[in-house]
Design a protein around this ligand. Sequence first.
Ligand SMILES: Cc1cc2nc3c(=O)[nH]c(=O)nc-3n(C[C@H](O)[C@H](O)[C@H](O)COP(=O)(O)O)c2cc1C
Length: 215
Amino acid sequence: MSITQTGTGANSTARPLQILRLDSSARYTDSVSRQLTDQMVARLLKDYPEAEVTTRDLAVGLPLPTEPMVDGILYAMQNPTPAMVAAKQLSDEMADELLAADVVVLGLPIYNWTIPSTFKSYVDHISRPGVTFEYVDGVSRGKLKAKSVYILYTSGGTSIGSHKDFASAYLKYLWQTLGIQHVEFIEASELLFNAVECIQNAEAQIAQLEIPTFS
Ligand SMILES: Cc1cc2nc3c(=O)[nH]c(=O)nc-3n(C[C@H](O)[C@H](O)[C@H](O)COP(=O)(O)O)c2cc1C
């Protein structure tokens, strides 16, 4: 289930900016990615006080890909079973949230040198031909209209671009394939060795971000 909140700005007739916040850390207490995701959303709300924030916590556990899920979301349903219908309903709900978003904020802790399975399960639900991307002359084209995704990348020591980083290239490719061209990483990836400075640097990066105009 996701939660939608409205910012505190004055009323306006223009459609408010839609922020989709995704968290994927298994931790709640002392989670650095959740802390930085809070700050990134606050940074966006500073420039866009009327924005609406939809929050989806992936750590509550999404179903893993099963045959009913794959049949339900990827293939036309002739005689859908209740399991197929339920899988499609959840996938549609999450895909609709993504398609409505103008900007995505993703909290992404590194687990065993790559993305956490909570987030991978999300990708398996929302990455759908004909829904979030399409093939045009054999080439895939993203259908998301969001302009930017901000990834709050946290790890004990797996820095972006290091030989242990099996996440950042995937994340960039994923979002660009779905249509979001501006993929920005905010990195706190030396948490085992230098947590205080590492978090301060990420916070400073968030504070100094040039937020583009989303129209
Ligand atoms: C299951 C698991 C696997 C992890 N694997 C790695 C890893 O491969 N490399 C690394 O630098 N940190 C690893 N860590 C540490 C986390 O990336 C780090 O604690 C990060 O802060 C987690 O984000 P969070 O504070 O939002 O939970 C792992 C943590 C967990 C729980």
